[in-house]
Design a protein around this ligand. Sequence first.
Ligand code: NDP
Ligand code: ZN
Length: 348
Amino acid sequence: MLKIGESGWIEKEIPACGPLDAICKPLAVAICTSDIHTLWEGAIGERHNMILGHECCAEVTEVGSLVKDFKPGDRVLVPAITPDWNSLEAQSGYSMHSGGMLGGWKFSNFKDGVFSEYFHVNDADGNLAKLPSNINVVDACMLSDMVPTGFHGVELADVQFGDSVLVIGIGPVGLMSVAGAALRGASRIIAVGTRPKCVEAAKNYGASDFISYKNGTIEDQVLALTDGKGVDKVIVAGGGVETFDSAIKSLKPGGKIGNVNYLGSGDYVNIPRVEWGVGMGHKQINGGLMPGGRLRMEKLGALVSSGRLEVAPLSSHIFEGWDHLEEALFLMRDKPADLIKPVVKLAD
Ligand code: NDP
Ligand code: ZN
C-alpha cells in the first residue's frame, strides 16, 4: 500500500528480530477483504508505504534468544492477530485489544504485513503454531483469518444445539460461520448472499435456506421463512452498517448477534427501537475481532488436520509466485462471481 487507493512494490530492510520475536518467510499468502477496505476505502486511515497482508503460512528463518519452542526451518501457521500476551488486556481475556482497541491486529495495520519476502512476528511462542504436516500451504492460509474469524462469529452469537441461525454474508468469512454453526449443532442455517460459488459452498457447509439481500429486506424474508418468529442467533459477516437493523428485526427476543464484519464506512449503527423490545427485548449485540494465539491456532489446525473441517473449497483462485500478487489483490477488490478467495503460493 503506497497510500490510500494506490498499490505497488517497494524495497525495505529485512525486519530486526527482538529476543521474543521471529522472522519468517511466507510459503503462501492469501488476500483478505480487510486489505481491500484498508487500501481502497481508507477504512483505518492513511498509511504510507505499508506492506499489506495478514494471511499466510510461513517458514521461520530466525528466532530471538528467548524463543523456546520454534527454530529456523519450522513451518508455521501465522494468525492474522498477534497480541502481546503479557498485556493487561490479554490478562483480562481480550488479547486482541492488547495495547488498545484492535491493538492485536498488527500486520498491515500498525506494522508491515506478510506480503513480503520476510516479515516480523512479535511474541513468537505465544503467536505461532506448528503447521501440521498433512495441511498443504494453501489450506494453511485459511487458518490465519477465515477459520478463526468465521468461527468467532459463531462464538459471539453463542450458537447452541438446535438453534436456528441466520448468517448475513457468505464470502469466505461467512462460509466459515456456516461451517462453525453446523459443527456447533445448529438445526437450521439461513444464508444471505448471491455469488453462485458461495451459495454452492454454503450449501455444502450446511446452510439449509438461502435469501438474497437484493430481493427485498433480509428481515421480511427471514420472517416469512420462520412463520413470523425470527431466528435464535444471527452472525453478521458481510454488508454494511444497515445489516444491524435487519439483524435485530430478524432475531427472536433473547437472541444474540455475533458480528465479525469490518464496518468500512458510515458513522453510526442504528438499532431499531421497537424491534429491540423498546430497549427491553434481551437482544444482545456482540462484535469482535478474531482472537489470535498459539493455542487457538493449534486447536483450529487440529480441526482441519483431522478432517473435521474442510477448507479447500474456499481457495477458488490459486496463483504461483509473487508476480501474481497484485492480480490476486485486484481480483479480491473486484469480486467476480466465481471468486471466494485468492491465494498466492510461493513454495510447496
Ligand atoms: P466478502 O466480500 O467475500 O463477502 C461478503 C458477503 O456479504 C457476500 O456474501 C455478499 O454477498 C454479502 N453482502 C454484500 N452486501 C450485502 C448486504 N447489503 N446485505 C447482506 N449481505 C451482503 O467478504 P469476506 O467474507 O472476505 O469478509 C467479510 C467481512 O469480514 C469483511 O468486512 C472483512 O473485512 C471482515 N473481516 C473481519 C475480521 C475480524 O476479525 N472481525 C477478519 C477478517 C475479515 P454477494 O454474494 O452478493 O457478494
Ligand atoms: Zn484477513
